[in-house]
Write a protein that binds this ligand. Structure first.
Ligand code: NDP
Length: 245
């Protein structure tokens, strides 16, 4: 974990759940973390807590659906810390629904945040990484990037897409730029709040209640990948609760 010390790590969707846990864990390991999300009150609270624990942290309001905003976020990391070493594309939402309930606005939102948000992150950070010929993308997908079931059709489609994008990106970039995909199973966070159908929300909460991973478990997976020597690219990490087969 010594290699994490001093790295500049920008995290999208750092205002709760997995993104917050990644920020806290990497900061505790000595990374300079840059937090982005729309809820700046949450970011301020999390940054204050990281800072009072001795971590180095800044934050900026970020909407990943706006490509210019994401460029400004990546540039802010460089302005504050002189460089950007890792971009964690974590922001996402999961409004599960059956296709024939035609929640078309929610389909659009998932595509905008889960897919286009990641592409915007790549477009913002890749020029910075290419200029110094080093850097790492950590894209947070889901076990739904390889599995689909009723109500997860569109959500899974967005995560399948991010898996494809990550695979293609890794092959296109220089030999010194790393691309890591982290696929969590059910994890403690606010994600179920994005399900608008009350029955489905209750079902999702009850289904996974007993075997949720702590968000810190995903953060440890991210830290493992970031801590590898520069010539080692951990391509994929899948993390499930032990009880879920
Ligand atoms: P949370 O709802 O707790 O966190 C989602 C984060 O995404 C929030 O910080 C939210 O911030 C941010 N976000 C949403 N929309 C935008 C936007 N337009 N611009 C910037 N940030 C945005 O859920 P999780 O921590 O669980 O989710 C994080 C990632 O993990 C997602 O990609 C999710 O798909 C993935 N995942 C989660 C699993 C789980 O069981 N929890 C399992 C597998 C994958 P704000 O609202 O402040 O903008």
């Amino acid at each position: 974990m010594e290699r994490i010390k001093g790295k500049v790590v920008a995290i999208t969707g750092a205002s709760s759940g997995i993104g917050e846990a990644i920020a806290r864990h990497l900061a505790a390991l000595g990374a300079k973390v840059v937090l982005g999300a729309r809820r700046v009150d949450n970011l301020a609270r999390i940054a204050a807590s990281i800072s009072s624990a001795g971590g180095e942290v800044v934050y900026k309001r970020l909407d990943v659906t706006d490509a210019h905003d994401v460029v400004a976020f990546a540039n802010y990391a460089v302005e504050q810390h002189g460089t950007l070493d890792v971009l964690v594309n974590n922001a996402g939402l999961m409004p599960l629904s059956m296709i024939n309930s035609y929640k078309i606005d929610e389909w659009h939102r998932m595509i905008d945040v889960n897919i286009k948000g990641v592409l915007h992150g790549i477009a913002a950070a890749l020029p910075i990484f290419e200029a110094k010929d080093s850097g790492q993308f950590v894209n947070i997908t889901s076990v739904a990037d390889r599995w689909v079931g009723p109500t997860s059709t569109v959500y899974s489609a967005t995560k399948f897409a991010v898996r494809a994008i990550s695979d293609g990106l890794r092959q296109e970039v220089s030999a010194h730029i790393r691309v890591t995909l982290v696929a969590p199973g059910p994890t403690e966070s606010e994600l179920a709040e994005t399900i608008s159908d009350p029955d489905l929300k209750q079902l999702a909460i009850e289904k996974f209640r007993l075997d949720l991973l702590p968000a810190a478990a995903i953060a440890r997976g991210v830290a493992y990948a970031v801590a590898q020597p520069a010539d080692v690219d951990v391509n994929e990490i899948v993390i499930r609760p032990t009880a879920q087969k």
